[in-house]
Design a protein around this ligand. Sequence first.
Ligand SMILES: [Zn+2]
Length: 312
Amino acid sequence: MFKERKKRKGAIILGASLLIVLALFFYYRTSQTVTLTPDSKLRVTTTIFPLYDIIHTIGGDRIELVSLLPAGASPHTFEPTPEVIRQISQTNLFFFAGAGLDSWATFLVENNVDKEKNNYQAIDISQAVILMPFTDADLEHEQTDFDPHYWLSPANAFLIAQSVTNNLSIQDPENESYYRANLERFQKELEVAIQGWQEKMQSLEKREIIVFHDAWNYFADYFALDIVASFEPFPGKTPSPKYLQTVQTEILAHDISVVFTEPQLAPELALALASDVVSQVAILDPLGGLKGRDSYLSLIDYNVETIYSYLQ
Ligand SMILES: [Zn+2]
């Protein structure tokens, strides 16, 4: 019952951001021209770090890749700057997460007001993976919404990499065999890593966790963990004291000894509350790009190791 939705708040932020974004787009329409020479590398942009790393793994040195979100930024609170919009407009291929995670990107793509100048191919990666619906029974309006944190299931990483490979190959067929060889290597590395992660996670007896925001459903599903509650039902927005009190009750009821925060969202209030009832606070990272989790594999590895070390 604590997995409340972030969508309504998202819609309000989106509404405000979109006007600004649209204005910027019209500005760039008149001030920018894209120049691509036939010999230059495929220019690729993307939004969040996990996608960036998988694209980098497949594309290697045959593509010019730019990650639009700086490390440590939350896609839920991110707003594109003029520079970000310029970078997208100069790209050949733009991969975004979709499913409501980077709504500003979806908006930019859908309102690409000058397709002649901004002649890029946009790929919504969420359409290539298996999405989980939010399952909150208390939710009245948005049962059909899907959870956008799909990359946290290693099963989806295979599908992301496959989609990236296909799309790079379509845009740049000369390098297709290079991209496919990189895909194969990534798949093998992932298979080996998954084996280690599963062994660790399956050995846990206690499987209940309290997370910071509602990002961990795929991860929990994949590793058979049980999310008891999340602190911040609307990412970036301070939860009400009443809501936090119910989280506290859950912590006590399930005898939870550790709560997990995240580097992208300010944790002060939740931490203050948690410190009353738990002895330990640790960090889970849904996005990575920071030291110690600077690849997709090391990001999942970090989260597996963190949960394992606190729950074993
Ligand atoms: Zn999130």
